[in-house]
Design a protein. Structure first.
Length: 432
C-alpha cells in the first residue's frame, strides 16, 4: 500500500514507500549534483583563505601573522563545532531549510567582511556568520549521500568529496587574480554572486516527503546518540587519530603561499600550487572511490598509505628551493589528502552505532574543530618565533606518522565490529 516498485536493469526491484527517494536512482544523482555544488562553492572559497592571508598581512602590517592566522582558524573551529548541531537540524527539519539558511549566511558573511577595517571584527563576520553558512552548506552535502546511495555509495561519496578540491583548483587562481586587480574587498563582494547556484542546488535536494524528518522518531534522541558515541572505544580512538591528522593537514593550505614568498617564489606562480594540490586531491578522491566500489579494496589500507605519504611529503618540504620542488610536493600531498579524506567519510560510519551511522561524521568533525584550527596557528607561532616554517613542517609530519600507526589499530577494531555484525546476522533465526 502506498508503494511504487522500480525495476532496475540487473533485475533488482526497489520499493519506494510513501514517496521516499530510491537509492541509486536517477533522482539520487541529481541530489549528488546539488551536493557537489554546495560543497564545491562553500569549501572552494573557504580554502582560498591563504590568498586573503597574504593580502591581510600586507594591509595590516602592524599585526603579526599569528593574529591574522587566528581569523582563519577561528572560522574553521567555529564551523567544525557547529557540525553536530547541523546534523541535528537536518534530522529535525530535513535538508532544504538548512541549506537555504546556510546559503544566505554564507554570502552575508562575505559581504559584511568586505566593509571591515578592524581585524578583530573579522571574528564575527568571517568567523561566525560566514563560518555558520559554510557549515550549513558543507555538512548537508556530506550527510545526504547515504540517504540516496547504497550500491554506488563509495563512488558518489568520492564525487561529492572531490567537489571540495575541484572547485578550489580553479577558485584559487581566480581569487588571486581578482584580489590582485580589484582588491580583496571587491573580491568578497563579487563572490556573493554564488548565491544563485546555491539556491538552485538547494532545490535539487530531497524534499520532506522524500527524506522525512526524524522529529517523531524514537531513535532520534540527542542525548542517547551522544552517549553512544562517548562510550564507543573504537570511535574515540578514531577521533584521536583524526586529531593528529587535523593538527597538520591544513598547515600547507594556509602557509604554503607564505613559504613560497619567503624562498623567492612570487604569488602569481605559487597560487598554482593550490590549483595542482586541489586537482590531485580531486583525482585521489574519485579514483580511490571508484577502486573501492569496483575492486572492493580495503579502505583502511588506503587510509594508512595516504597518511604515510602525507608524512613524507611535508617532512621533505623544507628542502624545496624552486617552484618545481614545491609543485612536486603539492601533487603528492594533494593526492594523499584526497584519498585520506574519502577514507574518513567511509570509515567513520563503520565505527559507530547503526542508528548514528549516517550522522556520525558530524560528531567527528565537531570533535576535530579545535585541532584543525590550532594547527595553522601553531605553525604561524613557530614562524614568528623562529622566522622559518621548517620546524612547523617537521612537527606536522610527525603527527601524520603517529596517525598512521593508530590506523592499524583502527583497522583491527573495524574488522572485529564487522565480524560481530556478521555473526549476529548469521545466528538470527528467520521468522516464520
Amino acid at each position: 500500500m502506498g508503494s511504487e516498485i522500480f525495476e532496475e536493469k540487473d533485475g533488482e526491484c526497489k520499493v519506494r514507500e510513501n514517496g521516499t527517494i530510491v537509492k541509486d536512482s536517477k533522482r539520487s544523482w541529481f541530489v549528488c549534483l546539488g551536493a557537489i555544488c554546495l560543497i564545491g562553492i562553500s569549501m572552494g572559497i573557504t580554502n582560498c583563505f591563504g590568498v586573503l592571508f597574504v593580502s591581510w598581512t600586507r594591509e595590516f602590517q602592524e599585526i603579526s601573522r599569528t593574529k591574522i592566522a587566528w581569523v582563519g582558524s577561528f572560522h574553521f573551529i567555529w564551523y567544525m563545532c557547529l557540525c553536530p548541531l547541523c546534523g541535528i537540524l537536518t534530522r529535525y527539519f530535513t535538508f532544504r531549510p538548512v541549506v537555504l539558511l546556510g546559503s544566505i549566511l554564507f554570502c552575508l558573511g562575505l559581504l559584511i567582511s568586505s566593509f571591515v577595517f578592524d581585524i578583530s571584527v573579522f571574528y564575527l563576520t568571517y568567523g561566525v556568520i560566514f563560518g555558520t553558512g559554510a557549515c550549513l552548506l558543507y555538512m548537508p552535502g556530506i550527510i545526504v549521500v547515504p540517504f540516496c546511495f547504497q550500491r554506488h555509495l563509495a563512488t558518489a561519496t568520492g564525487l561529492v568529496a572531490a567537489a571540495n578540491c575541484a572547485f578550489t583548483m580553479w577558485c584559487g587562481p581566480v581569487y588571486e587574480y581578482l584580489v590582485r586587480h580589484y582588491g580583496w574587498r571587491a573580491t568578497l563582494r563579487i563572490v556573493n554572486l554564488f548565491l544563485i547556484p546555491l539556491v538552485v542546488s538547494c532545490a535539487l535536494f530531497p524534499s520532506k516527503k522524500q527524506v522525512p524528518s526524524e522529529r517523531q522518531s524514537r531513535s532520534f534522541k540527542v542525548s542517547a546518540s551522544f552517549g553512544r558515541m562517548v562510550k564507543n572505544k573504537g570511535f574515540l580512538i578514531w577521533i584521536l587519530l583524526m586529531t593528529l591528522v587535523y593538527l597538520g593537514i591544513f598547515v600547507p593550505l594556509v602557509h604554503l603561499m607564505s613559504f613560497c614568498q619567503d624562498i623567492g617564489i612570487p604569488t602569481y606562480i605559487s597560487v598554482y600550487n593550490i590549483t595542482l594540490m586541489s586537482g590531485m586531491e580531486t583525482l585521489g578522491k574519485v579514483l580511490s572511490g571508484k577502486l573501492i566500489d569496483i575492486l572492493n579494496w580495503n579502505v583502511h589500507t588506503f587510509n594508512i598509505l595516504s597518511l604515510l605519504t602525507l608524512a613524507v611529503c611535508i617532512t621533505l618540504l623544507p628542502l624545496a628551493r624552486t617552484a618545481s620542488h614545491v609543485f612536486i610536493f603539492a601533487g603528492f600531498y594533494g593526492f594523499a589528502m584526497g584519498v585520506q579524506s574519502l577514507c574518513v567519510i567511509i570509515i567513520t560510519p563503520e565505527l559507530s552505532h547503526p542508528d548514528d551511522a549516517k550522522h556520525a561524521v558530524t560528531y567527528l568533525f565537531g570533535a576535530l574543530s579545535i585541532p584543525g584550527g590550532v594547527g595553522p596557528v601553531l605553525a604561524a607561532w613557530i614562524f614568528d618565533v623562529s622566522r622559518s616554517y621548517h620546524l612547523a613542517f617537521f612537527i606536522a609530519g610527525g603527527f601524520f606518522a603517529c596517525a598512521a600507526c593508530l590506523g592499524t589499530l583502527i583497522h583491527l577494531l573495524a574488522s572485529r565490529n564487522t565480524s560481530m555484525s556478521y555473526d549476529n546476522v548469521s545466528t538470527t533465526k528467520p521468522v516464520t
